[in-house]
Design a protein around this ligand. Structure first.
Ligand SMILES: Cc1ncc(COP(=O)(O)O)c(C=O)c1O
Length: 392
């Protein structure tokens, strides 16, 4: 499926970590669900009962994909909301035990900013550094946790550099010390295996629009027994933890997209790894000074992040030139475009200086990305770099 621009130019969309197109099967289901299940799932009449039934079926399906119990799934409006609920909800419900929280330095902004806001509310946050490949040091984690630590939050896979953290090991340590462990799995769910038990998570965030589902839908896995304070008070939906009338068509679409992603995962991991290796090797052989960011051994199969030595200041220009040619990728600064193009905090955390950290180019493939797409990207980037290089 190749999207078209208004002028009918083909678009090569390689920014699937930012968001994905909706799978047509999912889009069809959402349309039908909007007509069929518009009842309020809390209403007692037949339309409400029907909506309630499909909501609970969706909960059962999502729970089974994550290895959870249906009662442990809280539907939310986004990954951002799930992450905020996890951090703030656990912080406020457990403040009587301690006020120390640990997060990694390369979390998504919704974790980092929630954590910084919690500091203004009297909590103490340790921002754990990462090494050059983007891994947290598990022994450093063991050293910083103490009797006042109530929550550790480390993402499963990073959205910019694709590094997959040793989440099982982190989770096991937290479980042994009786500390709640949350992981943001927005980028990993549907791409690599995610199971709340094998990862030893107490809370886990997933969302829909990263796996070809609709935007504005997410979920929080909340292990039975974890104490949490709701952020939204109202009609008591989602076991009183997330009041709001549930978005039934969105939830149906999310769960269908997640089912498809998990069903196709094995084959897709294989296919995307092949494309990833090909891109890395073609760039290495054709662009002098190219260097890759993140781990090459424990990495999402759909992510490639690179800089070109001496051209880091040209990241934005490269992105615009690619865009003009119909190729959508992301740059280190565009990842934080809401910050006015600040250098990527992730690339800085792995040791790049602010100048280099502006020049990271991220490709993120999706289920609809083809070898032809990646070939078009490679041809254009190689030509564009040749055009720009003589300037330096
Ligand atoms: C790792 C990670 N966490 C959280 C989010 C936020 O998710 P949402 O866009 O659903 O709020 C994103 C998306 O950008 C992400 O990549």
């Amino acid at each position: 499926m190749m999207p078209l621009q208004a002028d009918h130019k083909h678009i090569v969309y390689l920014d699937n970590a930012a968001t994905t197109c909706i799978d047509p099967v999912v889009a069809g289901l959402i349309r039908e669900a909007g007509d069929e299940f518009y009842g309020n799932a809390s209403s007692l009449h037949s339309m409400g009962t029907m909506a309630h039934e499909v909501l609970e079926q969706s909960r059962i399906k999502l729970a089974s994909l994550l290895g959870a119990n249906p009662s442990e799934i809280i539907f939310t409006g986004s990954g951002t909301e799930s992450n905020n609920l996890a951090l703030k909800g656990v912080a406020f419900a457990n403040a009587y035990k301690g006020r120390h929280i640990v997060v990694s330095a390369i979390e998504h902004d919704c974790i980092l900013r929630a954590a910084r806001w919690l500091e203004t509310q009297g909590f103490f946050v340790t921002f754990l550094p990462v090494d050059q490949e983007g891994f947290i040091d598990v022994s450093a984690l063991e050293k910083v946790i103490n009797s006042k630590t109530i929550l550790v939050s480390v993402m499963h896979a990073n959205n910019e550099i694709g590094t997959i953290q040793p989440v099982e090991e982190i989770g096991r340590i937290c479980r042994e010390r009786n500390i709640y462990f949350h992981s943001d799995a927005c980028q990993s769910f549907g791409k690599i295996p995610v199971n709340v038990h094998t990862l030893f998570t107490d809370l886990l965030t997933v969302n829909s629009h990263k796996l070809h589902g609709p935007k504005g839908v997410g979920a929080l896995y909340l292990r039975n027994g974890v104490a949490i304070e709701p952020l939204l008070h109202g009609g008591g939906q989602e076991r009183g933890i997330r009041s709001s009338t549930e978005n039934i068509p969105g939830i149906i679409g999310f769960v269908k997209a997640a089912e498809i992603a998990c069903r196709e995962m094995e084959a897709e991991m294989h296919r995307l790894t092949g494309l990833q290796e090909r891109i890395i090797s073609t760039l290495s052989h054709n662009i002098e000074g190219v260097y890759f960011n993140g781990s090459l051994s424990s990495r999402l199969p759909n992510n490639i992040n690179f800089c070109i030595e001496g051209m880091e200041g040209e990241g934005m220009r490269l992105q615009l030139m690619l865009d003009e040619a119909g190729v959508c990728v992301s740059t280190g600064s565009a990842c934080s475009s809401n910050d006015g193009g600040n250098p990527s905090h992730v690339l800085q955390a792995i040791g790049l200086n602010p100048f280099q950290a502006r020049g990271g180019i991220r490709l993120s493939l999706g289920r609809f990305s083809t070898q032809k797409d990646t070939d078009i990207f490679l041809k254009i980037i190689i030509e564009t770099v040749k055009q720009l290089k003589p300037i330096f």
